[in-house]
Design a protein around this ligand. Structure first.
Ligand SMILES: [Zn+2]
Length: 473
């Protein structure tokens, strides 16, 4: 295949070199041999005894007349010649003689494409319909064409064309055409099948096909395109690579047909426009309120137990250091309890008059013993009693995203458990540094706590607005 392309390229330059002439000579001998074998013995599969039909070298080249063909998908199809029907189950590498009665053909002709309209129709090749193909400076008229995908297509040439075969295939969207499915072409077809499969898998995560296409056709996609301090965005790129963001480098991990990473925003990030590849992320200003909390002297001294706090932090860091290399959710994130929001995300918190921290979580007050649901599918990364956050659970949702549940009265899961959205994982309590029964709930993206409000009743894949939609104000 490479040799053919090179030859065409050199001819276009106008000055065929000696090497090219020798190359073409050898090539044509090979092609002729191949054509003789192919035309005389289209059925090259082992017969019942296991031996392969042998070619007769002095046979005359007699072109078979192709009446019709149809590919059901990238592997299966048939071709009807004047002297019989042949079928393939390996994308045209081998064609086997088949009974050609009308009932067989009717079954074989049933219309089915590789890319169905419901999945990734925009990846199909249904709009391609060449009237001629150009091969080695010759144009051949096309009688019938069938593109299975954007890249892979077949054409049946008009009868009487003096091309070396009546049925040609392309794996590069019609840039180059081949009279035979070689091992290289079969490899390209398999790669295409894998690409389509990956695209179907990924597209199921988007809200609609329009947004799937928008994200998957872009070089870079940022979901969503507008964010605030403390938010998180999901970035998709068509190629592997990494992004440096606010001083940290994040590797893009493969998933579906693309490469992804979450990018957490610090609370201090400045409003403005930030380029991400050829895409743009707009950061809007957000004002966080201040909360003053009074706690007992005993509670205040809790935060001085730095040794225990550090030990816990090591456990937490370890639990969050490994995340599954795919998105574990397939449905919307939900609120773990219907509680009263006592502290929103991002509040600047003063404890007993002293600046304590920014509260990068939600506090949801509820009765002691209220069942807590897993916000989405995932794997429990940690479930144990910690000093400050009491009974605590971290769930890995894949690709560096974790949900955290703190101050529980009871833990109902253990590390390693696979949970589904809505599973009861524990009960509301007031263990650890807590003034009353409530759930402290947040998300961590690459070890940065990010705004949980973004996730409820949606998923990061749904954050991308449909093309033409107005960005949220
Ligand atoms: Zn809290």
């Amino acid at each position: 295949m490479k040799l053919e392309r090179k030859a065409v390229h050199k001819r276009a330059a106008g000055k065929p070199s000696i090497r090219y002439r020798i190359g073409l000579g050898v090539l044509s001998v090979l092609v002729c041999a191949a054509v003789i074998v192919w035309f005389q013995f289209p059925v090259m599969a082992p017969d019942a005894s296991g031996s392969v039909t042998a070619a007769s070298p002095k046979a005359e080249v007699k072109k078979r007349e192709l009446l019709d063909f149809h590919m059901d998908n990238l592997t299966q199809g048939w071709a009807l010649y004047s002297d019989g029907l042949v079928t393939t189950k390996d994308g045209g590498v081998h064609w086997l003689a088949s009974a050609s009665d009308s009932s067989t053909l009717a079954v074989l002709s049933s219309e089915s494409a590789v890319v169905s309209d419901e999945t990734v129709s925009w990846m199909s090749g249904k709009e391609q319909n060449p009237s001629v193909i150009h091969v080695q400076a010759a144009d051949y008229k096309v009688f019938k064409s069938q593109f299975l995908t954007r890249n892979v297509g077949w054409v049946q040439l008009e009868n009487g064309s003096n091309a070396e075969a009546p049925l040609w295939v392309t794996v590069d969207g019609g840039v180059t055409w081949h009279p035979k499915v070689t091992a290289d072409i079969a490899k390209e077809m398999e790669a295409e099948r894998v690409r389509i499969q990956a695209a179907v898998k990924e597209s199921a995560f988007y809200k609609e096909q329009e947004t799937a296409q928008k994200a998957m056709e872009a070089e870079w996609a940022v979901l969503p395109e507008t964010a605030s301090p403390g938010d998180v965005v999901l970035v998709r790129h068509g190629q592997p690579g990494e992004i440096t963001w606010e001083g940290k480098t994040y590797k893009l991990e493969p998933f579906g047909a693309g490469y992804f990473t979450y990018l957490p925003m610090s609370l201090a990030i400045k409003p403005g426009s930030y380029p991400i590849g050829d895409s743009m992320l707009t950061i809007k200003a957000k004002k966080f309120q201040t909360q003053y909390l009074q706690v007992t002297k005993q509670m205040e001294t809790m935060k001085q137990e730095t040794k225990r706090i550090d030990e816990d932090q090591k456990k937490i860091d370890k639990a969050r250091s490994e995340s599954q290399g795919e998105f574990l959710f397939s449905t919307n994130f939900i609120k773990p309890i219907e509680g009263i929001l006592t502290t929103p995300y991002g509040y600047t918190r003063y404890v007993n008059g002293k600046f304590d921290s920014s509260h990068r979580a939600l506090d949801l007050a509820a009765k002691e013993g209220t069942p807590i649901k897993a916000t989405n599918d995932g794997i429990v990364a940690l479930s144990e009693l910690l000093y400050l956050t009491g009974n605590s659970i971290y769930i890995d949702h894949g690709m560096g995203l974790f949900s955290q549940y703190a101050h529980l009265s009871e833990l109902r899961v253990k590390a390693g458990d696979h949970v589904k959205q809505g599973d009861i994982i524990g009960l509301v309590g007031t263990t650890g540094f807590s003034t009353g029964p409530h759930l402290h709930f947040t998300f961590w993206a690459h070890n940065v706590p990010v705004n949980p409000d973004l996730f409820f009743d949606t998923t990061p894949f749904h954050w991308l607005p449909a093309p033409g939609a107005n960005p949220p104000q």
